[in-house]
Design a protein around this ligand. Structure first.
Ligand SMILES: [Zn+2]
Ligand SMILES: [Zn+2]
Length: 222
């Protein structure tokens, strides 16, 4: 068997569970990602356990109250993993995340992936957040995203006033929504999406994110 991540062959001792196993990652690669198990209770950013980080304090000051469960550090190993999955289109890698994502599943919750704009979906051909959300539980396409210029193309002033690209696509009957995204960088995306949902009347909104950046992020107003 070859490892999904490093492609090197490795042996798997036989057991009945082996037949059902789909996350073929060798022990070396399985230990590369850094789980975020303590730190900021609102976003998982490493720091003093139980202390809200500066980013979250600033979001709260804007009246935006969103708790994000971040699973792994977006360090070098996290970046490599996401790069292969998201930009390399190596979607089979997502099976590695199946056990941890499935363990987050709750009853009475609908999982809403952060949508890509139609234009981006055409070029990437899959929505990386959608596959992650499906591994957790039932998903619905509640949000739609309109195309905005990439942040790199925007000037500083425009960036600060970046409009919220999200709108309601199809309302859900479920009152409890968990947003799902691949990486939390500035937090702007998830906070904008949560803002749209809350404005539409959804009061219980939280989020799950596969990776959380470790450097100090620069947030932007909603
Ligand atoms: Zn490997
Ligand atoms: Zn935080």
């Amino acid at each position: 068997m070859n490892c999904l991540v490093c492609r090197k062959p490795f042996a798997i001792p036989w057991s009945p569970a082996t037949l059902l196993k789909r996350d073929w990652v060798c022990p070396d690669c399985a230990g590369l990602l850094t789980p975020l198990i303590s730190g900021c209770p609102r976003c998982g950013h490493p720091g003093a356990d139980g202390v809200t980080c500066d980013d979250c304090v600033r979001w709260l000051a804007l009246g935006l109250d969103l708790t994000v469960r971040s699973l792994y550090a977006y360090d070098e190993a996290g970046t490599n993993w996401l790069h292969r999955y998201k930009f390399g289109g190596d979607v089979v890698l997502v099976n590695q995340m199946r056990p941890i994502l499935r363990s987050l599943r709750e009853r009475g919750v609908v999982y809403v992936p952060i949508p890509l704009s139609e234009e981006r979906l055409r070029t990437r051909r899959f929505n990386q957040a959608d596959l992650l959300a499906r591994m957790i539980g039932p998903t619905e396409r509640v949000l739609v995203k309109s195309e905005v210029s990439s942040q790199r193309e925007l000037g500083k002033e425009e960036r600060r006033h970046r409009p919220n690209p999200f709108a309601i696509h199809k309302a859900s009957r479920c009152e409890k929504i968990v947003l799902v995204d691949d990486v939390y960088t500035t937090g702007t995306t998830l906070h904008q999406a949560a803002f749209t949902l809350k404005k539409a009347g959804y009061e219980e909104v939280s989020a799950v994110c596969l990776f959380r950046t470790l450097n100090k992020s620069k947030m932007r107003p909603i």
